[in-house]
Write a protein that binds this ligand. Structure first.
Ligand code: NAD
Length: 483
């Protein structure tokens, strides 16, 4: 199918949208393989059932496996080129379909994963030589990966996972989030186009038109899937761990940010507002609460209001709580939040609580005591609690509790090495950011590669091609040492 024009791609996307919006059998649930799905869609990696998708990805894997490293590099270069061209449109589609986050931030996320997801350079081989000869160790693909993606970062996770998994030589079947299936199918289709344009096999990445929690579980258990990779909340992590397969699990976080009295307070305020409001707080690594040493708390809060935050007063807080929570379980417990508010602009949420403000407000902040459920809940919306602590040590101790511990992401603003050092060690997290917004830990304004699948429960941390590979060893006895 090389040479599909952009018009043809658009036509396919329109047909996918038509199918998904109920004119085809898939969306209406009448048939697993609706006849209305055009055959071309199957060639673009989009199928009616998990079984069809896994079979196609298995064929593609066998072809890809014969093609060598240079072809992998060509395929990845072509995907990056295509995502540079389509990243803005994908961001808009994701924003429109999910209703989460901010379009302009989704553009940044797509750019980040397009440029900073590692390729085959992340697969170093090892050699061991000695009197007994030479042993070579190389990172090999698993085969077909079953990947489950979230609604909060639908396209950035697909782009990131695809580049990393294909760099490692695998093929992949995505079970995307049902609330993001149109943009995700479109993303899969145009990536397939880029792969084929580079001479790669068809259907190297696949998805299904009507993903559900049940189809995700079917994918995890499918005998053709060698590795399960999930990015989402606690439920999907649990399901993956029970799948009986090797699983890489990227689960929820609740990142605390500690500010001590030695921090550059103006910069800390700027960084925290920028980080906590990034894509309206839906990213798992975004700051979810702030613990500030009392002596600088007033200064920090004031500085946050100079940088795009609205301070919710004590009098206004009950109305905001009423809007945010559907159920509370008492002090120091996670509360149930109104999920329709996840990822909405701060102004929308505040206006619901009767607070007049305009859309220039990036973040609503409120001062709360240590028992307040907003501190303990992964809210994923730009309403951000700030609480006072006696000193940095109390801040660190309390931050560890607030994180549950999930060992996901923490940050600290301080000029005191011993405080930074203690927190870095004791938070024991996949990401710890010092003196910057948390997104710096994703390689956005900070050094290092990026990942949108940060696997804390299973320990891989920021995943990359090396995570989606298995070590193989080859030993030659008694020869080939050159010294
Ligand atoms: P979600 O858990 O609702 O959905 C994620 C995916 O898992 C979806 O495709 C969904 O269909 C599937 N799923 C959900 N429950 C399942 C089950 N029991 N069995 C099989 N599949 C199931 O999460 P979401 O709302 O899309 O994303 C937000 C959550 O994901 C937050 O908790 C966030 O912290 C987390 N997240 C983590 C990372 C990370 O890298 N650690 C990245 C993004 C999001």
């Amino acid at each position: 199918m090389p040479g599909l024009s952009d018009q043809e791609i658009d036509l396919i996307a329109q047909r996918i949208v038509a199918d998904l919006s109920g004119r085809g059998g898939a969306a209406s649930g009448k048939s697993e393989k609706p006849s209305s799905i055009p055959s071309a869609v199957g060639e673009m990696g989009i199928f009616g059932t998990i079984d069809e998708a896994v079979k196609a990805a298995s064929v593609a894997f066998c072809q890809y496996d014969q093609m060598g490293l240079q072809k992998r590099n060509d395929v990845i270069a072509s995907i990056r080129k295509s995502m540079r061209e389509h990243g803005d449109a994908l961001a808009r589609m994701a924003w429109e379909e999910t209703g989460l986050g901010r379009y302009e931030d989704k553009v940044k996320k797509n750019k980040l994963v397009t440029e900073k997801t590692p390729g085959t350079e992340d697969l170093p081989s090892r050699s061991i030589t000695g009197d007994d000869g030479l042993t070579l160790m190389e990172l090999a693909p698993y085969g077909v990966i079953g990947a489950i993606t979230p609604t909060t970062n639908p396209t950035s996770t697909i782009i990131n996972n695809t580049i990393a998994m294909l760099a490692a030589g695998n093929s992949v079947v995505f079970n995307v989030h049902p609330n993001a299936k149109r943009v995700s199918c479109y993303n899969v289709a145009i990536i397939n186009k880029a792969i084929v344009a580079a001479g790669g096999p068809r259907n190297l990445i696949c998805c299904i038109t009507n993903p559900t929690v049940e189809s995700a579980q079917g994918l995890m258990k499918h005998p053709g899937v060698r590795l399960v990779v999930v990015t989402g909340g606690g439920g999907v992590v649990k399901a993956a761990m029970e799948s009986g397969k090797r699983a890489i699990c990227a689960g929820p976080g609740n990142p605390p940010s500690v500010v001590d009295e030695t921090a550059d307070i103006d910069k800390a305020a700027r960084d925290i507002v920028a980080g906590a409001s990034f894509d309206n707080n839906v990213i798992c690594t975004d700051e979810k609460e702030c613990l500030v040493v009392s002596s600088v708390a007033d200064k920090l809060v004031k500085a946050m209001t100079y940088n795009g935050a609205y301070l919710i007063t004590k009098e206004q807080l009950p109305a905001v709580e009423k809007v945010l929570f559907t159920k509370q379980y008492g002090p120091r417990q996670e509360a149930d939040i109104d999920r329709s508010l996840i990822g909405k602009n701060a102004s929308v949420i505040l206006q619901k609580a009767g607070i007049r403000c305009d859309d220039s407000i990036r973040l609503g902040i409120c001062e709360v005591d240590h028992d307040h459920p907003l501190l303990w809940t992964e809210q994923m919306m730009p309403i951000f609690p700030v609480t006072r602590v006696r000193d940095a040590d109390e801040g660190i101790d309390f931050a560890l509790q607030l994180e549950h511990p999930r060992r996901h992401t923490f940050s600290m603003h301080s000029e005191t090495l011993s405080n930074l050092s203690r927190m870095a060690r004791e938070c024991n997290a996949s990401i710890f950011v010092k003196n910057g917004p948390n997104y710096a830990g994703l390689g956005f304004g900070g050094e290092g590669f990026t990942s949108f699948t940060i696997a804390s429960p299973t320990g891989e941390g920021l995943t990359g091609p090396h995570s989606f590979s298995r070590w193989r060893r080859c030993t030659l006895v008694g020869a080939f040492r050159i010294v």
